[in-house]
Design a protein around this ligand. Structure first.
Ligand SMILES: C[S@@+](CC[C@H](N)C(=O)[O-])C[C@H]1O[C@@H](n2cnc3c(N)ncnc32)[C@H](O)[C@@H]1O
Ligand code: SF4
Length: 280
């Protein structure tokens, strides 16, 4: 478990800024044209990976903010680059699964994606694959994304004083290299710094980021309008960012931890790399 002041345990990278779907509970649907580039530049991605390598990052690494990562047709290259720079990181791909063919699944597994979390937003059945969890849209515990999603409820009164450890555990890097306070910051308003100007550890330990982190851990959500309007209760205790990940189930029905999942995924990847790619 990590504590306030320690480094983050999760990194989410907005490798692109668009999605192919328009879910009613997603701010991309209500604001489809944010004034940001469609894809993250190589300069930003490489700079971030260099910085993660320098701190030997070994937590969860994912490729989304509100985007659909599979829209990046070179995602395999990004995953391979990450596998080389931060081999201890657990690469989890969150996806709507629309563009995930068996061939792409294999290619991404080979490149370094350890596990897939597919949300079937239409609640349909979905193909079963070994390193994949499928969740349905109707099973999601929806949050109102800092109050910007119309039609989702305002937080109940008691939520306003609940602690929030999301900014104590997760580093969110947007398509422009900005580090935002939280993955709920759909409008990219609470910027803590930019990785082209400062390193992630300097940004993470900055006075402003630290002060906001402390206030939120004490349940002072009024510290920011976004947090005051936010209905998210997924991080009210330290360590929930890891515990609540919808992954790491094993076929016998028990849940496994990140370390064991990483080991299993890595061993299976070695086997995969010994075989010629299928379906080509
Ligand atoms: C924003 S999506 C982006 C990744 C990908 N496009 C997808 O659909 O999974 C990341 C995660 O947030 C979940 N999600 C989407 N809207 C949500 C909401 N309003 N509240 C909570 N989770 C949500 C998705 O199911 C997915 O697991
Ligand atoms: S209160 Fe909501 S918006 Fe604020 S840091 Fe926590 S999860 Fe993010």
């Amino acid at each position: 478990m990590i504590g306030i002041g320690d480094l983050f345990d999760v990194v989410e990278i907005e490798v692109g800024s668009r999605c192919n779907r328009r879910c009613s509970y997603c701010p991309v649907a209500t604001d489809p044209h944010p004034p940001v580039p469609v894809r993250m530049s190589d300069e930003i991605y490489d700079t971030l990976l260099d910085q993660l390598e320098a701190i030997q990052f070994s937590g969860r690494l994912s490729y989304h903010f509100y985007n659909e990562p599979l829209l990046r047709l070179d995602l395999e290259l990004l995953a391979a680059r990450a596998a080389e720079s931060v081999p201890g990181a657990l690469q989890i791909l969150y996806t709507n699964g629309d563009r995930l063919t068996d061939e792409r699944y294999q290619a991404l597994r080979r490149a370094g994606i350890d596990y897939f979390v597919v949300t079937q937003h239409d609640n349909d059945s979905y193909v079963d694959r070994p390193f994949q969890t499928v969740q349905t849209g109707e099973a999601l515990v929806l949050t109102n994304r800092g109050g910007v999603v119309d039609g989702l409820p305002e937080p109940a009164t008691h939520v306003g004083t609940l602690p929030c450890y999301a900014p104590s555990e997760m580093l969110i890097v947007t398509v422009t290299g900005d580090v935002v306070l939280c993955y709920e910051d759909a409008r990219r308003e609470t910027v803590m710094g930019n990785i082209l100007l400062e390193t992630i550890d300097v940004i993470w330990r900055s006075e402003r980021f630290s002060a906001l982190r402390r206030a939120l851990a004490l349940g002072r959500r009024q510290v920011l309008p976004m947090c005051q309007s936010c209905s998210n209760t997924a991080h009210v205790e330290p360590g929930r960012s890891v515990v609540d990940e919808p992954l790491a189930f094993d076929r016998r029905g028990g849940h496994i931890g990140r370390d064991e999942l990483k080991e299993r995924a890595s061993l299976a990847r070695v086997e995969l790399l010994r075989k010629p790619p299928q379906g080509r």
